[in-house]
Each structure stands twice: as C-alpha cells, then as structure tokens.
Ligand binder design. Structure first.
Ligand SMILES: [Zn+2]
Length: 333
C-alpha cells in the first residue's frame, strides 16, 4: 500500500507517514490472494482505493494553514504487564494491569487552521492499543481511538477532521480490556464509548485552549531503515546467526512540533525516552508508522519475559539504537 501511494503521487519515502491504529475490530489487512482470506483481501483492496482517493483529494486542495500545539492528560491507558506469582512461587508477566508499570498519559493535540482562523483539523496522539471491544465483536470499528475521533469531529463540526495517532503503546491497553471482566457480547459498546469519550473530551479541551497558532514555516522530513539485531521470535527456535531485522523510522518537523514514526509496535518506555530527549517542545511518537515489524521492547524488560518480549523479533540492544537514531534525526531536522 505504501509503495502504491509513493508511486502514484511521486512522493519521497520521508514524505509519507502511513500510520495505523491497532484495533482487534477490523479484518487483517492483506493483499496476498493465496494466503489471505478473500474477505480480508477485498477489504484491503477497498481500503487502498479509499486511502489513495483521500490523498489525492488532500493534494488537490492544498492551502496555507497555521499550526499550534497543546498538551493534555487522559487516564484511559493502563500498563498491561502484570506480575503473576504461581502457587509454587514462580513469577511471570501476563496480560492484565500493572499499577507500577509506566504509562504515557499525554494527550498531544495539533490544531490546523486557515489563515482567517477557521479550523481545519485536530490531529491528536495518545498511547494505547484500541482494543476495548471484546474478542466476540465483529463490528468494524476504530475502538477507543476511533470513537474519540468521532467524538471530536462531532464537536468540531462539518468538514473538520480529527485523525488519531497511536503513541508508543506496545504494552499499554485501554483501561477496560482484560480486567475487570466486563460484558463483551457482540454489540456491547458502553466501555469503549466511555473511554473514547474521555479521550475525545480531553482533545477538545486542549484544542479549545490553543490560542497562539505559530505559523509553522517549512516542513522538514527524514526517513531511514535501521538494521537491528534480531532474536528468534519463537523461544523454542534454535539460536543461530539471524539476519538483522529492518525497522523504518520516519521523522518530520513543522516549527517546534516534531513527529517520529516507528514501523513497529513500540513499547511506551521507548516513546517516553524519545520525547524526553527531543529538542522540540512537542513531539509526537507514532507507532505502526510505515511498517509493522512487531514488538520493540526496552532492553531491561527482556529479563522479565512476557508476551511482547516473546513475540518480538528484536534483540535487547535494539531499543537504545532506535532511541539514539530517532533523536539524532530530530536534531538534524
Ligand atoms: Zn499489540
């Protein structure tokens, strides 16, 4: 899809931040007719057409905008790496809630407005999986992030858009996900709506407080593919010399707002490290951007094991290399 878009519109790789949010409430994207379910292939082809049309429409309707950024706070993300002690005293990490684990509660909002002040869009970022709809759900939905988008767009009014970015959310689930057990029969939506509304309310609150739009100036972008040390993603596999695992990093800067897109499911500690080392006032860290390489966990969590570690293709040393690279790219921009 990325290649199709770059070719069609003759864009440089750094000029496309093709990003997804992570729900469990849509078909699995694939264009592989042999391996993919026909419904999923059809859905993906359809999505490709819609994306292409959206980009064409955007490029054909370009005009000057001013940009401003604001920061809020929302509690709906929970660190999910819960410590479990078995009756025999063995410790392990399971999917649940970890009150001691870090989360990133920041709601980052960028307001785009026409020079006359008329609002165009509110882009926002928040670090959570959007997986509150239960495993029995078959409705296609953006889940908590999509519901927050809908809430914001409803309030901003006709023609305004509010796209969400999933921040560094590899180990962050929505508050209602696994615990406490809640009703998740098909069509049951109160919890996702509650969480989406809480996030959407905060986006609107921040958006309305952004008074000074600062112009923005030039847009600078950069793109690189890092070759990172690998580990077997299946622990039973023999450890041998594995080829490096590629990871796309995309960076952009408009005025004092920065964007770092990482082509995998990046854990929240890594996003916090990039944000805190960024030379810009506001830095969006965007997961699932221009790639889907799997989980990337900070080195120190490898000793704890757990789902994200076991399924990750990256060796413990990879995370620090990504932070270093991303921060270097931000400085260059
Ligand atoms: Zn995930």
């Amino acid at each position: 899809m990325r290649k199709a878009i770059l070719d069609e519109f003759k864009l440089e790789p750094s000029e496309l931040f093709l990003t997804a949010i992570h729900t469990h409430s849509a078909p699995s994207p694939t264009i592989n007719k042999e391996k993919g379910h026909p419904n999923n292939v059809e859905y993906t082809e359809n999505l490709k057409g819609k994306l292409t049309e959206a980009i064409r429409s955007a490029l054909n309707n370009m005009g000057p905008v001013t940009v401003g950024c604001g920061v809020g706070y929302c509690p709906i993300g929970a660190n999910r790496r819960e410590l479990n002690i078995s009756p025999s005293g063995q410790s392990s990490i399971r999917l649940g809630r970890n009150p001691y684990g870090p989360t990133d509660k920041e709601v980052l909002v960028t307001k785009l407005a026409k020079p006359d002040g008329d609002a165009v869009a509110a882009l926002f970022g928040y670090a959570t999986h959007a997986t509150c709809l239960g495993p029995k759900n078959y409705a296609i939905s953006g889940d908590v992030l999509g519901l927050a988008e809908q809430f914001v767009e409803k309030i901003l009014g006709e023609g305004k858009i509010a796209p969400a970015f999933a921040g560094a959310s590899g180990n962050i689930d929505p508050w209602f996900r696994v615990l406490p057990a809640f009703n998740n029969e098909p069509g049951w939506i109160p919890e996702p709506v509650l969480l989406g509304t809480m996030l959407g309310e905060e986006v609107v609150h921040v958006y309305r407080a952004i008074e000074t739009v600062r112009g923005g100036g030039e847009i600078n972008t950069a793109f690189t593919i890092l070759k990172l040390p690998s580990k077997p993603s299946d622990e039973t596999a023999a450890k041998k010399d594995l080829p490096p695992t590629p990871l796309a990093i995309t960076a952009g800067r408009v005025g004092d707002i920065a964007f770092v897109g990482i082509g995998c499911e990046v854990l929240t500690e890594i996003g916090l490290a990039i944000k805190s080392a960024s030379p810009y006032k506001n830095t969006f860290v965007i997961a699932h951007c221009n790639g889907a390489a799997g989980y990337l966990a900070p080195g120190h969590l490898h000793i704890e094991d757990g789902y994200e570690i076991r399924s990750s293709p990256f060796a413990p040393a990879a995370a620090d290399m990504v932070v270093k690279q991303a921060v270097a790219m931000l400085h260059k921009l």
